[in-house]
Design a protein around this ligand. Structure first.
Ligand SMILES: NC(=O)c1ccc[n+]([C@@H]2O[C@H](COP(=O)([O-])OP(=O)(O)OC[C@H]3O[C@@H](n4cnc5c(N)ncnc54)[C@H](O)[C@@H]3O)[C@@H](O)[C@H]2O)c1
Length: 427
């Protein structure tokens, strides 16, 4: 993982605690959820981890890079997401994980001042150093496979330009030390070049550029992004599909947050916030589809704010005010006040993404893994396709992909094929 901050350390400490039998991996589908197979009458509901061949938690080795040199125990203590008591109970394995020096450029994250940074001549040199890190890590830890999940800070907002448009232009850009190549892209390039699956947990462009679609295809590597779906956006993609399912109109959706962790501090810079804002704003547009439903959603006003407020640390609080209207246009309001823990919601997503990306690689599924949209705020899709944000449709797609991989029937929820048979057998 590039970025051993709040999310990554909460994941690592959590997995160690689960391995010791002192905690449960709540929120992780791969560890906790079951999946229905066949008809409802068959009563087959295995756990996902027993149905598809996923890596076992005991076989995972964690490693990463950061611009600060704190080991994972120190970084997790600093992040203050988990109780010190829990961290102390897994102190030894956490202390053993020391970050590698980061590929970093402060112009992409102004609010960070770490000095645990690689020196380099060109960005190509930097990418080669990251590739060497990956290979050394693999050898030193005797790993058979590697997956990379970006857990680093959100970089400033920028749009793709000619250097991102083809692999040849990108490689030329690396050699020319082109400043439009962000650090996250250096890691992604290194990973894809080595055939290592890459998932992006932040809203940065990173792998969402044509150059990387090309590289992923060339090296037969899965990619996914972007931005872990936690907190307020998770709630939006649960609630909004319900409103639109009942043809209820929405006039406005105002969302505000207070957040006091390092992520919040980075997002306090307007250029970094812009990246997050774009990712958060797209969700409702694509669920409500105002162009198809202008009477219900044509005039919707959507506003998202994030305010850095240190006293709260990682315990974010969000408020949503939703102005809806029903029969004959009569107005109603919904208020949501979510006292959430950002990294507690994000950690299981990193675990599931890593395990499923590893599975995808072994299943020969390369390129964009749209079936993992379930975990992402701004899912990457093939050029020209709109992402699916409705969490329930995303779940059906994820489960059907697993069924498909394992040669089971896909579930359409039609049921007519066996319903009559069942009714008759009960008479
Ligand atoms: N927590 C959530 O619910 C959530 C949800 C969606 C997305 N995210 C994203 O996940 C990322 C991690 O979140 P977090 O709360 O752990 O943040 P964090 O600030 O605690 O950790 C990020 C870490 O990345 C490091 N970093 C930055 N640039 C780097 C680079 N180039 N190479 C290596 N390390 C680098 C920072 O030093 C920091 O330690 C952020 O981009 C955040 O926006 C988090």
């Amino acid at each position: 993982m590039p970025g051993l901050g709040a999310v990554a350390t909460t994941l690592i400490a959590g997995v160690e605690a689960v391995k010791k039998g002192i905690s449960q991996p709540i929120g992780s589908l791969t560890q906790m959820s079951s999946i229905r197979l066949g008809k409802r009458t068959e009563n087959r509901y295995p756990k996902i981890k027993d149905f598809v061949p996923l890596a076992d938690l005991n076989d995972i080795v964690f490693g990463g890079w950061d611009v600060y040199d704190d080991n994972v125990y120190q970084a997790a203590s600093h992040a203050k997401v988990l109780d010190q008591h829990l961290l102390d109970s897994v102190r030894e394995p956490l202390e053993a994980i020391v970050p590698m020096k980061a590929a970093f450029d402060r112009s992409f994250v102004k609010n960070l001042d770490g000095t645990h940074i690689k020196e380099f001549t060109t960005r190509l040199d930097l990418a080669q150093q990251v590739m060497a890190d990956i290979e050394n890590f693999k050898k030193a830890n005797n790993c058979s496979r590697i997956v990379m999940v970006w857990c680093g800070s959100t970089e400033i907002y920028f749009e793709e330009s000619d250097v991102h448009m083809s692999l040849a232009a990108f490689e030329q850009g690396l050699a020319n030390n082109d400043v439009r190549i962000a650090p996250s892209m250096i890691y992604a390039y290194a990973a894809l070049k080595l055939g290592v699956a890459f998932a992006n947990g932040a809203p940065n462009l990173t792998v969402d550029i044509p150059a990387f679609l090309e590289l992923a295809k060339l090296t037969n590597t899965p990619i996914a992004g972007k931005d872990f779906k936690t907190g307020q956006t998770l709630m939006k993609t649960i609630l909004a599909p319900g409103l639109t399912a009942r043809a209820l109109g929405v006039k406005g959706w105002f969302s505000t947050n207070i957040l006091g962790n390092r992520d919040g501090y980075v997002l306090d810079d307007p250029d970094n916030f812009k990246t997050k804002e774009v990712s958060k704003l797209s969700v409702l547009e694509e669920i409500f589809q105002p162009e198809i439903n202008p009477e219900l959603y044509g005039d919707m006003y959507h506003k998202v704010r994030i305010n850095y407020y240190p006293p709260r640390g990682d315990n974010k609080e969000s408020w949503d005010n939703i102005d809806i209207f029903g029969w004959l246009g009569y107005e109603m309001q919904i208020k949501i006040n979510f006292l959430c823990r950002d990294s507690i919601l994000a950690a299981p997503i990193v675990l599931d993404l890593a395990l499923f990306m590893d599975l995808a690689k072994r299943a020969n599924m390369s390129g964009i893994q749209e079936w993992l949209s379930f975990y992402l705020k701004s899912p990457q899709t093939a050029p020209g396709l709109k992402p699916e944000h409705d969490i329930f449709k995303q779940l059906i797609k994820l489960q059907n992909t697993l069924r498909h991989m394992m040669g089971e029937d896909l579930i359409t929820h039609l049921g007519l094929d066996y319903y009559q048979e069942l009714v008759e057998s009960m008479q």
